[in-house]
Design a protein around this ligand. Sequence first.
Ligand SMILES: Cc1cc2nc3c(=O)[nH]c(=O)nc-3n(C[C@H](O)[C@H](O)[C@H](O)COP(=O)(O)O)c2cc1C
Length: 172
Amino acid sequence: MTDKILVTYATMTGSTRGVAEAIGKTLAELGANVDIVPMKDVKEISDYKAVIAGSAIQAQKWLPEAMDFMRTNKSVLNQKPFAVFLVCMTLAMTKGNNYREAVSGWLTPVREIAVPISEGLFTGILDIKKIPSFNDRLKFRISMLTGVWKEGDHRDWEAIRNWAINLKSQLN
Ligand SMILES: Cc1cc2nc3c(=O)[nH]c(=O)nc-3n(C[C@H](O)[C@H](O)[C@H](O)COP(=O)(O)O)c2cc1C
């Protein structure tokens, strides 16, 4: 086994890649040896000393490719330090700020496959022109007009960095 940490991510419109890169950069600044790889390109994880896996949320779930990654690598993930994160818009809702518990619940299917040592819940980006489906674009436009959330980049780089710093101390 190497001393490398794998940060792997599943994204549809790109914002989760930026979160994964920020996590990887922070870990590297703290002295870790890090690979940042899209989940679809991951082949073998047994050589890594730890794995950090994250996905964008759609319909209150990790993306299907991320759940496939969990099922494919279940036995290895249960044998090494494993942390997860998600990227979503609910935590950026303009009204109310008490959704962390509900959002955390979206990780239940992930926890049933392998129990993480840490879970990062992060705000993402709403960029309507990047959403492929007309119906989904319409739903998001309506939710913007009704004031549910605002379009734009809501990623909280400080929260992401702090989570990664805390995680690094757990991986030593
Ligand atoms: C079709 C679709 C469904 C989504 N469903 C949810 C959802 O159920 N809950 C949520 O909080 N955010 C939801 N979002 C927002 C995304 O999680 C958010 O835009 C995220 O930053 C996307 O990450 P990505 O750019 O890596 O794909 C959805 C976005 C899309 C396009």
